[in-house]
Write a protein of this length. Structure first.
Length: 202
């Protein structure tokens, strides 16, 4: 039973970002369709991940077992490195705290929906989607920043530097990737003058 209610530490950041992408998709579905039942999987997912990590979370299970291995395999192949080298692991407690904030937001949104105050639900889910989008796209975890401000976290202090480095790395990759014209152009090797051949003597 003790192993069930356990959050992974460290956490694979690829998995964390993919879970955040799933949250964005569910949150946008709720905002566009305005169907209250969509708050159920959102709220349950956060509560399950706070209590058990990915163990009882369908989204967490899909991400850790299916999505993360495939994404890291593709990224590793593109960079010419192994899939294991793509993984970046970060401390678990800040991520768990962030999941707790998500559970609070979705729980309040569900309560507001049941209380027939949908406007409050929309505002809360908009904030949740914005935070999850930052996590998914830029690896910028607002909950981790809050955790660091309250309790301190050595790895969480360099969020800004990590974001800057990620943007610079993306720019470098874009600069070195050859365009179609460059890829199709023939490679011309420079060959020096042919050595003189002495006439054969009979």
């Amino acid at each position: 039973m003790g192993t069930l209610f356990r959050f992974p530490d460290p956490v694979n950041e690829t998995s964390a970002r993919l879970v955040a992408a799933g949250v964005v998709a569910l949150g946008l579905a709720f905002l566009l369709l305005r169907e209250g039942w969509l708050l159920v999987p959102l709220t349950y997912g956060f509560v399950a991940r706070v209590l058990t990590g990915p163990t009882l979370s369908p989204l967490g299970q899909f991400v850790t077992r299916v999505a993360t291995p495939r994404v890291e395999r593709v990224l590793g192949a593109r960079r010419g490195i192994g899939a294991a080298a793509v993984s970046r692991h970060v401390p678990g407690p800040p991520k768990r705290f962030a999941q707790g904030i998500g559970a609070t937001f979705t729980g309040l949104a569900s309560f507001a929906w049941l209380a027939d105050v949908p406007g409050v639900s929309y505002v809360l889910i908009i904030g949740l989607v914005g935070a999850a989008a930052l996590e998914s796209v830029f690896a910028l975890c607002l909950g981790c920043i809050a955790y660091s401000a309250i309790w301190g976290c050595a790895d969480c202090d360099d969020i800004g530097d990590r974001l800057r480095q990620a943007l610079e790395a993306s720019q470098r990759e874009a600069d070195v990737t050859p365009g179609p014209a460059q890829a199709a152009s023939p490679v011309v090797s420079r060959v020096g003058p042919s050595p003189a051949v002495s006439p054969a003597r009979n």
